[in-house]
Design a protein around this ligand. Structure first.
Ligand code: IYR
Length: 228
């Protein structure tokens, strides 16, 4: 028997804050001033981070808009040294293949200013790794599947919110994409229909952390926007 589609029920927009034009411009600028300080970091401190900070950031990510509000994401938070070690070993194996042959010359040339290589000690040093999974479909308690829509878009938006939330909290992040990263399913105990989307490394930067100057240079507004 097909389910009867639920009729929409509407409620007043209760939590929207109306702001005067000058105030909202100032706030938009304020957010820019904060988020432009975010840097991708590859040297992490092992200093502990409160679990609650990660939990709040994940709640923020979970507010992201998604196709039909089906929220097609799962966040596996890895804090155990044993799981981090397994992830590091598996990622470094893939990265060695990438840097020593799998990656085309053009790709390696594009990466050269960032100074990346196959060595990923931060996967063990950082207190938290968040493996983000994209769910092709959801599974109801009775086992039926619910197709998800706009999965990469939805998971990308949630990931952006997570990165912004962690940065705002005062944490450094690294978006790490070992390729392929199927090993994350096994280590995190996630089902096959969840595709690893990204491995987000979070923690304090190392005290002597250096970042590549080239990565700080962002395209100006004129280059990234057209106004019609
Ligand atoms: N996954 C590799 C290579 C890499 C690829 C891109 I595109 C980057 O922006 C950075 C790195 C690595 O993590 O080293």
């Amino acid at each position: 028997m097909p389910d009867i589609p639920a009729a929409p029920e509407f409620e007043p927009l209760a939590e929207f804050t109306q702001r005067a034009p000058a105030e909202l411009t100032a706030r938009a600028k304020g957010f820019y001033e904060e988020i432009r300080r975010r840097r991708t970091v590859r040297e992490f401190s092992d200093r502990a981070v409160p679990r609650a900070a990660i939990e709040w950031a994940l709640r923020a990510a979970g507010t992201a808009p998604s196709g039909a509000n089906l929220q097609p994401w799962h966040f596996a938070v890895i804090a155990s040294p044993d799981a981090k070690r397994r992830i590091r070993l598996a990622a470094e194996e893939e990265e060695r293949a990438f840097y020593s042959g799998r990656a085309p010359r053009e790709w390696l040339d594009a990466l050269a200013p960032l100074g990346t290589d196959a060595s990923k000690p931060f996967l063990e040093t950082a207190p938290y790794l968040v493996a983000i999974f994209a769910q092709k479909y959801g599974v109801l308690p009775d086992g039926r599947r619910v197709t998800h829509y706009y999965v990469p878009e939805s998971v990308g938006i949630a990931t952006g919110l997570l990165i912004a939330a962690l940065h705002t909290a005062g944490l450094a992040t690294l978006t790490h994409t070992p390729s392929p990263m199927g090993f994350l399913n096994e280590i995190c105990g996630r089902p096959k229909h969840e595709k690893p989307y990204l491995l987000l490394v979070a923690g304090y930067p190392a005290g002597d952390c250096k970042t590549p100057r080239a990565a700080r240079i962002k395209k100006p507004l004129e280059e990234i926007s057209t106004w019609l």
